[in-house]
Ligand binder design. Sequence first.
Ligand code: MEV
Length: 302
Amino acid sequence: MVGRGVGYGKIIFFGEHFVVHGAPAIAAGISNAAVVEVKRSEKNAISSEHKIVPEYSLKAIANVLAVMGVKGCYDVSLKGDLHTFGGLGSSAAFCVALARAVADDQGKNPTDAEINSIAYEGEKVFHGNPSGIDNLMATYGGVMEFKRGKNVSENRYERIVIKKPLDLVVSFTGKFGFTTKMIENVRRYKEQDESEFAQMMDEYGDVELNGRKALEKGKLEDIGKLMNANQSMLQELGVSDELNDQIVKLAMDSGAMGSKLTGGGGGGCCISLVKDKVHAEELSRVLEKSGFQSFATRVGKY
Ligand code: MEV
């Protein structure tokens, strides 16, 4: 028997990195997904059409099986159309898809809340100190505001109803982002000047608050401006590298309403907000021509 499961990718409108330090963030699920198939086996193994780090994946498989109380081993195959280049929550989507596939094989029917917390144990292997936002989005999709608690059981999340679906372009810098390293850079930044970091957290708090209101009211221009403000802070933190900055500039010069990195940064992906689907396709082509693999996506249609 083969067990099968799915976990979705995500983009972050506001708050990557700040969310690790306790600020609220707003993310949206995308339709690109990790699809996992599992077959019982003598030992754990992983194969994929995507670029993966097998050691991490094997460790994540072991963690997920342990927390699910499963004794046996699995041959795991990762498929789907969610690229693993960093920023789109692919590791969390893998863990969610894996937990669902194993449950499917075992004839169990865990709740989404259970899947979310199982996946978090796998996600730790990839990100060390993840906030939990990626596994949340991979499990539930939609648009959510998430705030990390002192421990997982104190995490808070709330579904946000946005006024209208939003068209975005997702672009890959061409460089795989290492979220763990970026989280570490931010921690160092914070340690070097606690009061400066606290001030930035305050400023970010306003961006998030106004960002939520703008999303709920469908105010595209405001959303774009606030995304740009968030991007400036990520630059200041040192997690937006040259390639992220290049995409943001290109997108803004080509009429995007806002553009920022999404996820860990240090490469990985950027998102650019545009006024409609036609513009999304156009901008996607412009960015592709400049050498950045891109695709148009729409969020908030749930
Ligand atoms: C990764 O998608 C977002 C980060 O804030 C890490 C995390 O929240 O776990 C960089």
